[in-house]
Design a protein around this ligand. Structure first.
Ligand code: NAD
Ligand code: UD1
Length: 337
């Protein structure tokens, strides 16, 4: 069964290709390489034994999409391709709306023309805004605080409207919490360009000596140690969640919504200590001002996914930190190494 994976050479997409291949699916990738490298394909082949078919191109290119659907017998689409940097989205909102929203609409149009109605969308816990309580359930109210977050929320709303009007669609919204970690082989992982925005790649770059010191954004939050609490999930658990969603929801029309998280809250300081333990290295850090837009606590109630998809994150914080470190240590310059 061929599955079109948009953004399939990116961080989560590439790990999901591994999980798809393990489960007997055949990923077909489209990616414009705006935030990933071609050599990811070599690594997918090395780790899985299968080289996915690859189309270098843009999801806003309707003609290219039509030709992919006519050349390949695509049975479903997992849609990762998007711009994702929250800070950058406030500087370039047009580019974010154009890429993420126009791109999704163009993709949905091509799917309709091809008669392919099985769709899984990469959403984010960012759609819960500043949650009124934790753990967060799927029916909590939604709001967002950045143009990036608004692209996710608007796409969720578009998909809801489309599913109501066209009930032959099977649409699954997967809301990811904080993906970290890397494939346990140490051959695939996250390879951010420039200064990392997210916590784990920043920590690993301090550990490898590429950055001097981690800035911890605030220690005066109403949390046990004053630093923010998040739900970090191993990228391979997340990848496997997509396979489950495809297997379970792919056969059911309608709209399906799941949190993909572990259900455990971990503070920034706890993460620094867990990483130090996994790597045997001290992480140099200092406390600086809060980062605008950060919420104090955000973690999932993942019980709906467990009940309905039979999926549960199994990898521990020790696994996540050890795998992140193995990837960084073995590939100090990411995929350029
Ligand atoms: P990533 O940047 O590593 O991967 C996205 C891929 O999409 C990249 O390879 C990029 O080149 C490609 N792409 C972007 N725009 C494209 C376009 N117009 N046409 C073709 N390809 C295009 O990001 P990721 O971390 O793997 O995230 C994947 C998805 O998950 C995104 O939709 C992101 O918003 C969502 N998400 C990520 C996180 C996270 O923490 N990483 C959390 C929640 C949701
Ligand atoms: C960020 C995004 C969110 C996105 C998520 C996953 C913001 C405001 N939110 O969430 O929309 O869905 O990534 O991609 O950017 N931290 C530091 N120092 C650092 C980096 C981070 O102290 O150098 C702290 C942050 O303040 C936060 C925690 O570490 O408390 C996690 O940060 P990050 O990895 O950026 O994820 P989120 O803030 O949860």
């Amino acid at each position: 069964m061929k599955i079109l994976v948009t953004g399939g050479t990116g961080y989560i997409g590439s790990h999901t290709c591994l999980a798809l291949i393990s489960a007997g699916f055949e990923p077909v990738i489209i990616d414009n390489l705006c935030n990933s490298k071609l050599s990811v394909l070599d690594r997918i082949e090395e780790v899985s034994g299968m080289r996915p078919l690859f189309y270098q191109g843009d999801i806003r290119d309707a003609e290219l999409l039509d030709s992919i659907f006519s050349e390949q017998n695509i049975q479903g689409v997992i849609h990762f391709a998007a711009l994702k940097a929250v800070g950058e989205s406030t500087q370039k909102p047009y580019e974010y709306f154009e890429n993420n929203i126009s791109g999704t609409l163009t993709l949905l149009g091509a799917m309709r023309r091809a008669g392919c109605y099985r769709f899984i969308f990469s959403s984010s816990a960012t759609v819960y805004g500043d949650p009124h309580a934790v753990p967060i359930k799927e029916d909590f109210p939604r709001s967002t605080m950045s143009p990036y977050g608004r692209t996710k929320l608007m796409i969720e709303q578009m998909l809801e409207d489309i599913e109501v009007a066209e009930p032959n669609w099977s649409i699954t919204l997967l809301r990811y919490f904080n993906p970290i970690g890397a494939h346990e082989s140490g051959r695939m992982g996250e390879d951010p360009q420039g200064i990392p925005n997210n916590l784990m790649p920043y920590i690993t770059q301090v550990a490898i000596g590429r950055r001097d010191c981690l800035n911890i954004f605030g220690n005066d939050y109403p949390t046990p140690d004053g630093t923010c609490v998040r739900d970090y999930i191993h990228v391979m658990d997340l990848a496997e969640g997509h396979v489950k969603a495809l297997e379970v929801c792919g056969h059911k029309s309608g709209l399906h919504i799941y949190n993909l998280g572990t259900g455990n809250g971990v503070s920034v300081l706890q993460m620094v200590h867990a990483f130090a333990k996994a790597s045997g290295l001290e992480i140099n850090y200092k406390i600086v001002d809060r980062r605008p837009g950060d919420v104090s606590e955000c973690w999932a109630d993942p019980s709906k996914a467990q009940k309905e998809l039979g999926w549960k994150a199994t990898r521990t914080l020790a696994d996540m930190t050890a795998d992140s470190w193995r990837w960084q240590k073995n590939n100090p310059n990411g995929y350029e190494a």
